[in-house]
Design a protein around this ligand. Structure first.
Ligand code: FSX
Length: 413
C-alpha cells in the first residue's frame, strides 16, 4: 500500500470514470500525496463549481487529531484544502482571526469572536461537520463539564450537528469516547460520549441522547492517520462516496471506512517483525528488534492499515519503531487494551473472560487465531527455554495468528 507498484496500477485510470470501488482501491493503495498528485487536474475539474465547507468542532481531547492532520507532510493541510476545494470555515485551533476583531467587527473577547463566527458559519446548512473530542453529557445530562464561551459544548455540538449534512468523527474521543470514557471513579459523573458510540455501545452515542439523526463516518485512532481523515473527506467531497446511500457498503459495523480498517486484515499480517513471531523470538524489553507480543502488542487483533501505509511521512509505525501496538483504533480503546505492555494472556483477558469489554476489540480475532496456540509459544532466552520451545515445525506454522487473514484490504466495498 502506498508503494510504487500500487501507484503504477492506478495512474493510468480515468478519474472521472472511476467507480466507487476503484476509487476506494486507489485511495487505499496510494497515500494522500500520490493520490492528489496523480489526479490533481481531474479533481480541480470535478470541483470547479463546488466549494465544500467544513465546520470543525472540539470537545474533550488532547488536540492530537488536528496535530496529526497538520503533520500530514506532502501535501500539507493547506495544499490539501486548496486541491480539494475545501473551505475550513471554522476550526477553533486553526482560526486565523482571534483577538478582538472578526472580519472587522469589534467584539469583547476571543471567546465571543469565536461565537460570532460560529453562529455565522452554521447558519448556512449543508456543511461537513468534523467532530474532534468527546462530548460531555454530565453532570446529570447538563453537559456542563465542557463549557465554551458560557455555553455547553453539548449544546454547541447539537446545533452544529443539526445543520450539517454529514458528521465525520475523528479520533478515538469523538468516535467512541476514548480516554475520556475510560474506567475511572468519575467516569459516570462526567458521562463523556462519542458521536455515535460510547466505547462499544451504540445506544450511548451523543446523537441518540440529543435525538439528532445524521449520517456518521468514524475515523478511529488515537490519533488517526492524516490520510484517513483527508482521503475520507476527499471521497465524500468528490462524490465518490455518496452520502448516505453508499455508507452501508463502505463502512464497517463501527462506521469506519473498510478501506483503512479492513475487516479481513490485521496489522500483524504485514508487520516487519512477523518473521520473529513465526520463529518464536520475542522481545521482553522495549526497543529491541524482535516480535513485541510478550510486551502486549495487539497488532494480531487490530484492523488498520498502519503496517502498509505507515506513519510520519510513510516511514514507520509503532511496532516497527519498537513499541507494541496498543490497538488505539479499536472501538473499546483504551479499556479493551489495558493494561498496556503486558502479554494478553498473562492479564487474563483472552480466553478466560471473553465477555468483558475486550470482547469486540480482541475476542473475535483471538478466537479465530486460537488463544491456545499463543500460550504454547515460548520466549527464546536461554538454552533451557530454547529446549522447551523446540517442537514440530508444522505445529508452529499452524498456530501463527494472522495466517488465515486475507490480504485483500479493500474488503467488500
Ligand atoms: Fe482523542 Fe484527538 Fe487521542 Fe488526542 O484531539 S483521539 S486524546 S491522541 O487526539 O481526540
Amino acid at each position: 500500500m502506498g508503494g510504487k507498484g500500487s501507484f503504477d496500477r492506478f495512474k493510468q485510470l480515468d478519474f472521472m470514470k472511476m467507480d466507487r470501488r476503484t476509487f476506494l482501491r486507489a485511495v487505499g493503495a496510494l497515500g494522500t500525496s500520490l493520490f492528489l498528485q496523480n489526479y490533481r487536474s481531474d479533481i480541480v475539474k470535478a470541483l470547479e463549481f463546488a466549494e465544500t465547507r467544513i465546520v470543525w468542532v472540539h470537545g474533550g481531547e488532547c488536540t492530537g487529531c488536528s496535530e496529526s492532520l497538520l503533520n500530514g507532510g506532502e501535501p500539507d493541510l493547506l495544499q490539501a484544502l486548496e486541491r480539494l476545494n475545501l473551505r475550513l470555515a471554522y476550526h477553533e485551533v486553526l482560526l486565523g482571526q482571534q483577538g478582538i476583531y472578526v472580519d472587522g467587527k469589534l467584539a469583547n473577547t476571543s471567546e465571543l469572536n469565536s461565537e460570532l463566527l460560529f453562529e455565522e458559519v452554521i447558519e448556512e446548512k449543508g456543511y461537513i461537520l468534523v467532530a474532534e473530542g468527546a462530548i460531555a453529557n454530565g453532570p446529570a445530562g447538563t453537559g456542563k463539564y465542557i463549557m465554551l464561551g458560557g455555553k455547553t459544548y453539548k449544546d454547541i455540538f447539537r446545533r452544529a450537528a443539526e445543520n450539517s449534512a454529514l458528521i465525520v468523527a475523528v479520533g478515538q474521543c469523538a468516535t467512541n469516547g476514548g480516554v475520556n470514557s475510560a474506567d475511572s471513579e468519575i467516569k459516570d459523573l462526567m458521562d463523556f460520549r462519542g458521536v455515535a458510540f460510547t466505547m462499544e455501545d451504540g445506544e450511548k452515542g451523543i446523537l441518540r441522547e440529543l435525538g439528532v439523526e445524521k449520517p456518521v463516518i468514524n475515523i478511529n485512532g488515537c490519533p488517526p492517520h492524516p490520510d484517513w481523515m483527508l482521503l475520507t473527506l476527499a471521497a465524500v467531497v468528490l462524490g465518490k462516496i455518496k452520502v448516505p446511500d453508499d455508507l452501508p457498503a463502505v463502512l464497517d459495523e463501527w462506521l469506519r471506512p473498510k478501506v483503512f480498517f479492513p475487516p479481513d486484515h490485521v496489522i500483524h499480517d504485514n508487520c516487519p517483525r512477523r518473521g520473529s513471531y513465526d520463529k518464536g523470538e520475542f522481545d521482553t524489553v522495549v526497543s529491541g528488534e524482535k516480535c513485541l507480543w510478550k510486551l502486549g502488542c495487539k497488532a494480531p487483533y487490530t484492523h488498520a492499515d498502519c503496517a502498509t501505509r505507515r506513519w510520519n511521512g510513510y516511514h514507520s509505525f509503532c511496532p516497527q519503531s519498537g513499541s507494541p501496538c496498543i490497538s488505539c483504533v479499536s472501538p473499546g480503546f483504551p479499556d479493551s487494551s489495558r493494561p498496556f505492555f503486558q502479554e494478553i494472556e498473562d492479564v487474563g483477558i483472552a480466553g478466560t473472560n471473553i465477555d468483558t469489554v475486550a470482547k469486540v476489540a480482541i475476542g473475535a480475532s483471538l478466537l479465530a487465531v486460537g488463544a491456545h496456540a499463543i500460550r504454547r509459544t515460548v520466549v527464546k532466552e536461554g538454552p533451557e527455554e530454547k529446549e522447551q520451545e523446540e517442537g514440530p515445525e508444522e505445529e508452529k506454522q499452524e498456530e501463527a495468528p494472522g495466517k488465515k487473514a486475507g490480504k485483500d484490504e479493500g474488503g467488500d466495498q
